[in-house]
Ligand binder design. Structure first.
Ligand SMILES: Cc1cc2nc3c(=O)[nH]c(=O)nc-3n(C[C@H](O)[C@H](O)[C@H](O)COP(=O)(O)OP(=O)(O)OC[C@H]3O[C@@H](n4cnc5c(N)ncnc54)[C@H](O)[C@@H]3O)c2cc1C
Length: 591
């Protein structure tokens, strides 16, 4: 044996570290907080979060939340639902999109009533602006649908929901990292968590568990995502035998700050900003004659890469850093500093560029996971055949699926509030009639042993594995894909997963051991990278954000179906799930 740390606990210790709630919500972003708010109306509810709630990535959301209020332009939820389905390249479940668009309107007014300080029109209504792929009359032209609070919309949503949760006596366990889910067959029984402050393993026993752990853009080297976006929820569930849906669809946002990936919101183009190549041409005229710079993100990202590959981009310091320009200087200082003040700040801080005076250098940045934990419209985790009892998911970690193959801007915040709320309501009902599940003997022992092993080994540092994974995923499973690259990605990631078995920490302290956390997060990202690359390799067509040079066309007869990927014995096996096309017949996408 390479290490010799006793991980056994006596009964007293076990009791101290075991907690019991009706409902446990994992994640304190917009989805988790909305779910907690609803669940706590009847259920004794805890929120576990590896971050302080206000640091959740929702707080970084800039551009807005889409809802057909019709405050500025004529609008209807039906147009919003249609845009969502078409934007998602028809892989969207259409009744789910209809619910999203219809309930968005009330959800925005609810947020307003709970105190969210939206930007206003001169008459005092919630102001709205344009965003990519949002149109009036089923694609006739852009519509102003995004409700916003300057470029701090997500921050305001988090503040509003957190205050309401505190008011409702939700119990918060901050800096608790969920590392395992406890299942009894297809029934959830609880969670195994790591407390950062003490290094101790706590068990949460619960009638219902909801995962709202956010995205996993950190698997790519250039990303808009926060450091904590490591996909813990989907990875923990995948290792427990639950499939993940549509993982091949990862969105690249067209406008990240060059080299850093920090997001420049689509709101800049919504306010009239224009993308230009090295000849000063508005190149989107060639790719999307009606929607121009406000075409959906997958199309704009491909247009940028095509301009660069055909020699019309600007040269960066490395090939991976070639770029184009986003020009907002013609909008005037007043608009720039009132409508996009944080973006102006980022550009001045990181680039020494004042967007009111000069264009911003941008390149596509890994941004949003369309795929995730499969759920129905009440947030219950399920496949066509199995409902996992008591287990729920919402937000970016989940796949309802309302984003299909490509999410429209502003539709994630809507997804959080509409489906976070629906899932929370279902949890509140479910726990009323449910028994508290029994815990298996030795729950938590596996996690304790795993951490003791990391401390006991003298192994490799995880840093180089992390960087290698990010580069492989960026270069081989990025905006454009092909068979050879993706096969290499699967092999490389598998080798990294093997090497992970030999990594260790240098700091063996128990208190605030960030090294342990980062290794657990790397394990999650590697598992999700494998599932993403394998799902992408399997889908031999191009649709939405999944664009293959070797299969350039969408292939509805063979591929109008959701992928369900299982991680079993270190291999990915693939199954499928039906797509709901009950409202609109799939058509080719033109913008
Ligand atoms: C820079 C940026 C700008 C964006 N702008 C917009 C926009 O304008 N409009 C829009 O619609 N969308 C936008 N998006 C997308 C949107 O913000 C996210 O998809 C959404 O906020 C995700 O919310 P969430 O509640 O699912 O997760 P998050 O807000 O990411 O929260 C995840 C939570 O899970 C917790 N957690 C994670 N793992 C664990 C674990 N193992 N144990 C315990 N807790 C855990 C974290 O502590 C955190 O509280 C933007 C995204 C980015 C990155």
């Amino acid at each position: 044996m390479l290490y010799s740390v006793s991980t056994a606990l006596n009964n007293k210790e076990r009791n101290k570290l075991t907690h019991e709630f009706d409902a446990v919500i994992v994640g304190a972003g917009g989805a988790g907080l909305y779910a907690a708010l609803e669940a706590s109306k009847t259920a004794k509810t805890a929120v576990l979060s590896k971050l302080y709630p206000m640091r959740s990535h929702t707080g970084a959301a800039q551009g807005g939340i889409g809802a057909a209020l019709g405050n500025v332009d004529e609008d209807s939820p039906e147009w919003h639902a249609f845009d969502t389905v078409k934007g998602g390249d028809y892989l969207v479940d259409q009744q789910a999109a209809k619910i999203l668009a219809e309930e968005a309107v009330q959800a925005v007014y609810d947020l307003e009533n709970r105190g969210l300080p939206f930007s206003r029109t001169p008459e005092g209504k919630i102001d709205q602006r344009r965003f990519g792929g949002h149109t009036h009359n089923f694609g006739k032209g852009p519509v102003r649908r995004s409700c916003y609070a300057a470029d701090r919309t997500g921050h305001m949503i988090l503040q509003t929901l957190y205050q309401q949760c505190i008011k409702n006596d939700v119990h918060f366990y901050d800096e608790f990292q969920v590392v395992e889910v406890i299942m009894d067959g297809t029934r959830v029984a609880g969670l195994v968590t790591f407390e950062l402050a003490t290094g101790e393993i706590h068990i949460f026993r619960a009638k219902a568990v909801l995962f709202a752990t956010g995205g996993f853009g950190r698997m790519f080297s250039i990303t808009s995502n926060a450091l904590a976006n490591t996909g813990d929820g989907p990875a923990v569930l995948a290792r427990a035998g639950i499939p993940l849906e549509d993982m091949e669809f990862f969105q690249f946002h067209p406008t990240g700050i060059l080299g850093m990936g920090i997001l420049i919101t689509e709101g800049v183009r919504g306010e009239g900003g224009i993308l230009k190549n090295n000849k000063g041409e508005r190149f989107m005229e060639r790719y999307a004659p009606t929607m121009l710079d406000l075409a959906p993100r997958d199309m704009v990202s491909r247009a940028i890469i095509t301009e660069i590959q055909e020699g019309r981009g600007m040269r960066g310091d490395r090939k991976i850093n070639d770029y184009v320009m986003l020009d907002a200087s013609h909008l005037g200082r007043d608009t720039v500093y009132k409508k996009i003040p944080d973006i102006a700040d980022f550009c001045k801080t990181y680039l020494d560029v004042d967007p009111a005076e000069e264009a911003m250098p941008v390149q596509p940045t890994a941004h949003y996971a369309m795929g995730g934990i499969p759920t129905d419209v009440d947030g219950r985790v399920c496949t066509d055949d199995v409902v996992y009892e008591g287990l729920y998911a919402a937000g970016e970690a989940a796949c309802v699926s309302v984003h299909g193959a490509n999410r429209l801007g502003t539709n994630s915040l809507v997804d959080l509030v509409v489906y976070g709320r629906r899932a929370g309501r279902h949890v509140a009902e479910f726990v009323k009639g449910a028994d508290m599940p029994a815990l298996p003997d030795g729950a938590g022992d596996h996690a304790r042993e795993k951490i003791a092993k990391l401390k006991g080994l003298k192994g490799e540092h995880p840093g180089p594995l992390f960087e290698h994974m990010q580069e492989v995923m960026m270069e081989k499973v990025g905006v454009y894909r092909n068979d050879g690259d993706m096969s290499q990605a699967v092999n490389e990631v598998q080798k990294l997963r093997e090497r992970l078995q030999g990594v260790s920490v240098q700091d063996a302290n128990s208190s605030f051991n960030q090294e342990v956390l980062s290794i657990l997060e790397l394990e999650n990202l590697l598992d999700l990278s494998l599932i993403t690359a394998a799902s992408a390799l399997n889908r031999t067509e191009s649709r939405g954000a999944h664009s293959r040079k070797d299969y350039p066309d969408r292939d509805d007869p063979n591929w109008l179906k959701h992928t369900l990927a299982y991680l079993k014995d270190d291999e990915v096996t693939i199954d499928y799930k039906k797509v709901d096309t009950s409202i609109w017949e799939p058509k080719p996408r033109k913008y």
